[in-house]
Design a protein around this ligand. Structure first.
Ligand code: UD1
Ligand code: CA
Length: 479
């Protein structure tokens, strides 16, 4: 027997009940599409070839696969004539396939890599021709039932709608995942018929056909039946998401991550979280996000493709493609847009929005600011209400703020402009020219006073009375 292994993933169905313009297998669950999860798990058997059967919205599925699994080939199934028909098309397109062929569904994302590996190992060790992955479930409604003889040998699968009363009581179901010997599979696929309630070619019939042809068939029962759950509608999509959330969070907590509230913590399968990270309620970590040890995230924070350094703190904030340095502090209520890079110990505080920012070590923008297309030197202090005006209506321009610069409150820096190291900018300035190191730049109207204006123009008002009291005028009492 050849030791070659391949995987065929069925993903041709549209998934009508999803009520979506997007094909079912492209819906996402915690960082990967449904089919993306499956392609990831089948890696466990190191398949030489990965063949995805596409049909409905094939171009969309192909484009996605080119991105997430360029090593996968696709074959096109024009009409969805059944799971057996889909596998046959894949086999016909790959006539030289040998050894073990794993068949899995593209809409069953919870199947663990370890279960797939076990299925294939048992299949090969026992020298089976067909081995089906099964589960014992409380409610088998709609699923194929595994019929065994008195000794427990697998005889066949019967679909729910073709089952008789006794068969309907069986709680061991077909997961849809099979390991097959390529030659036997090819031979038995040829013999499939459509003599069933749906008039489809059922892959499941190969269990009985192979056995009758004298081959050994078997089953591996998966411990956790939730692994076999598929997705047909949005409610099931949400359920899959919740189950995967539980798995991911349990794994992370076992590895040393503290979660105040795992139920409201949503971490993609693609995210890395180091031990001794503390996660508060309402946190979502997505995509290529990675959080280093000692960091504290949340509550109510969403980080996408964001790197968080050791001991950093991110409170009630939203970040995308940001890099938050060691010991840096973000939030509450900060918005870090793409390419925001905060060096160690820097601070982005309440209601600060950033984009394409390089924040030097120890630099601070503690409140109410917009920092776009700007480099801020180490230990600079950006006052409250500062705006870096990066956009002239047509183009974006860069601003350079040096080391140790102090930008006074409510200043506007109109890009392109550069502020030299150690310079000060007076509060309320609009800076349109470069500032030399160590200078104080003040760019605002000088203050003028119109003497006794209130007494002349607002006599008798509370302001007038207060002013008179302040000047100690007789006849104006405190009360
Ligand atoms: C199938 C199994 C059933 C099992 C259940 C587990 C068969 C006949 N039945 O039923 O025993 O308990 O899965 O969820 O296999 N597909 C194609 N091309 C086709 C038909 C299907 O690519 O022509 C794909 C679908 O997109 C889907 C998967 O195969 O991803 C399963 O097909 P579906 O029709 O949903 O099978 P079930 O009725 O769920
Ligand atoms: Ca299904």
């Amino acid at each position: 027997m050849s030791s070659e292994r391949s995987a065929i993933i069925l993903a041709a169905g549209l998934g009508t009940r999803m009520k979506s313009t997007k094909p079912k297998v492209l819906h996402e669950v915690l960082g990967r599409t449904l089919v993306g999860h499956v392609l990831r798990s089948v890696r466990a058997i190191r398949p030489e070839r990965r063949i995805v059967v596409v049909g409905a919205a094939a171009d969309q599925v192909r484009a996605h696969l080119a991105e997430v699994a360029p090593e996968a080939d696709t074959v096109f199934q024009d009409k969805q004539l059944g799971t057996g028909h889909a596998v046959r098309i894949a086999m016909d397109a790959n006539p030289d396939l040998k050894g073990t062929v794993l068949v899995a569904f593209g809409d069953a994302p919870l199947l663990r890599a370890a279960s797939i590996a076990e299925l294939v190992e048992v299949h090969e060790k026992k020298g089976n021709a067909v081995t089906v992955l099964t589960a014992v479930v409380d409610d088998p409604t709609g699923l194929g039932r595994i019929v065994r003889d008195n000794e427990g040998n697998v005889l066949r699968n019967v679909e729910h709608r073709d089952a008789d009363h006794a068969e309907l009581a069986i709680r061991e179901i077909n997961s849809g995942t099979f390991a097959c010997d390529a030659d036997v599979l090819r031979e038995q696929l040829d013999r499939l018929s459509t003599a069933n309630d749906q008039g489809e070619y059922y892959l499941t019939d190969i269990i009985e056909l192979a056995r009758e042809a004298g081959h050994t068939v078997g089953a591996v029962v998966v411990d956790d039946p939730t692994e076999t759950l598929g997705c047909n509608d949005r409610a099931q999509l949400a359920e899959l998401r919740r189950i995967l959330q539980g798995r991911i969070n349990t794994e992370l907590m076992k590895s040393g991550v503290t979660m105040d509230d795992p139920a409201t913590t949503w971490i993609d399968a693609t995210v890395k979280v180091a031990p001794d990270v503390l996660i508060h309620p309402g946190v979502q970590l997505k995509g290529a996000t990675a959080v280093d040890s000692g960091a504290e995230i949340g509550p109510d924070t969403t980080l996408t493709d964001t790197i968080v350094g050791a001991d950093a703190e991110v409170v009630r904030s939203h970040a995308t493609q940001a890099h938050i340095g060691e010991g840096a502090h973000v939030g509450p209520y900060a918005h870090l847009r793409p390419a925001s890079k905060l060096a160690e110990r820097s601070k982005i505080g309440a209601f600060v929005e950033t984009k394409n920012l390089e924040m030097g070590a120890g630099a601070k923008a503690a409140h109410l600011a917009y920092l776009g297309d700007v480099t801020v030197g180490a230990d600079a202090n950006i006052g409250c209400g500062v705006i870096v005006a990066n956009y002239d209506g047509v183009k974006k321009h860069h601003t350079e703020i040096g080391e140790g610069v102090f930008v006074g409150c409510d200043s506007v820096l109109v890009a392109p402009v550069s502020v030299g190291d150690g310079a000060y900018i007076g509060a309320g300035s609009t800076i349109v020219k470069d500032v030399e190191p160590g200078d104080l730049a003040v760019a605002r109207a000088r203050q003028a006073a119109l003497e006794d204006w209130v007494a002349k123009k607002r006599p008798g008002t509370v302001s007038d009375k207060a002013a008179r009291r302040a000047k100690g005028e007789a006849g104006v009492s405190e009360a």
